[in-house]
Design a binder for this molecule. Structure first.
Ligand SMILES: [Ca+2]
Ligand SMILES: [Ca+2]
Ligand SMILES: [Ca+2]
Length: 274
């Protein structure tokens, strides 16, 4: 039997984010999720303002969440979900069901007080052991969410531009070109430990499916700057996995709403009981 313990995390995320934005490189905004419980926002090129939050959910593989996109390569990696094999770009594990097409109706929608409704996505990253050098950091510099009625028209040579120009496909949210999110594997080490929640503003979507594209690792090796620790922000080691919660977490909806008013971040940690 599993139980979940809600961990209320201290106010830090939004304030820290604002500071980061002010001190970041010209034209580039980033969300610093390298500390536990941090959160921040990025206004998309398309689709309004999305929320990124470092919240651990150690439940992958238990049936509580369902993976839909696995991406894996050294240094820089990218991909989008579909049922297509052989997979395009750096997509992995389609035959095992960890990468697949994703129905719009299967993505939880959560209400955040004063903010509206959001599609909820979970990200589990896997990087090198922290003893091996500061490689636990990873940059997420491209996110694009599409709505489509044609989720599986790809082949092994398909790219992001093919998705962008596909018929009956529209962009729901797109990260601005210079923006990025700094992630830290050390906070939730191990495969199956969720590292980040991503909340994309809900819009009226008539299409049947979502396609999520993401790109990691372009920040590479960084010195300490802009409030971010030095380290290797390129990708290494294990796969990055996107998932959705099978059962929406209703507590998260209103708690996160109150979190934005007074606290930021809600952590879920699995506690095993006999
Ligand atoms: Ca890394
Ligand atoms: Ca992880
Ligand atoms: Ca990795």
């Amino acid at each position: 039997m599993k139980t979940f313990r809600l961990t209320h995390l201290p106010l830090a995320g939004v304030v820290a984010c604002a500071a980061a934005l002010a001190s970041g490189s010209a034209g580039a905004n980033f969300v610093n999720l390298t500390t536990a419980g941090a959160s921040g926002t990025l206004t998309g090129q398309v689709g309004g303002t999305a929320i990124f939050s470092q919240e651990g959910l150690q439940a992958a593989g238990t049936g509580l969440i369902q993976p839909f996109l696995t991406i894996g390569a050294q240094n820089i990696e990218q991909g989008f979900n579909s049922d297509t094999t052989p997979e395009p770009l750096d997509v992995k594990r389609t035959n095992a069901g960890y990468t697949r097409s994703l129905l719009v109706s299967s993505v939880p929608v959560v209400s955040i007080a004063g903010q509206g409704k959001f599609y909820e996505f979970l990200l589990d990253i896997n990087e090198s052991n922290p003893l091996n050098s500061g490689d636990a950091f990873l940059s997420l510099e491209k996110v694009e969410l599409f709505a489509t009625d044609s989720p599986n028209i790809w082949d092994a040579s398909s790219t992001l531009s093919d998705v962008q120009s596909a018929p009956s496909t529209s962009t729901v949210w797109q990260m601005q070109a210079a923006d990025w999110v700094a992630l830290n594997y050390d906070l939730e080490p191990g495969q199956g430990a969720t590292d980040m929640y991503m909340y994309i503003p809900k819009t009226a979507v008539a299409a049947t499916n979502f396609i999520l594209y993401s790109h990691f690792g372009a920040q590479g090796t960084r010195s300490a700057a802009d409030g971010l620790p030095a380290g290797e922000y390129g990708s290494s080691d294990g796969y990055e996995e996107w998932a959705v919660a099978v059962v929406p977490l209703p507590a998260a909806a209103w708690l996160f709403g109150s979190a934005l008013l007074g606290m930021v971040g809600i952590g879920y940690r699995r506690r095993s009981t006999a």
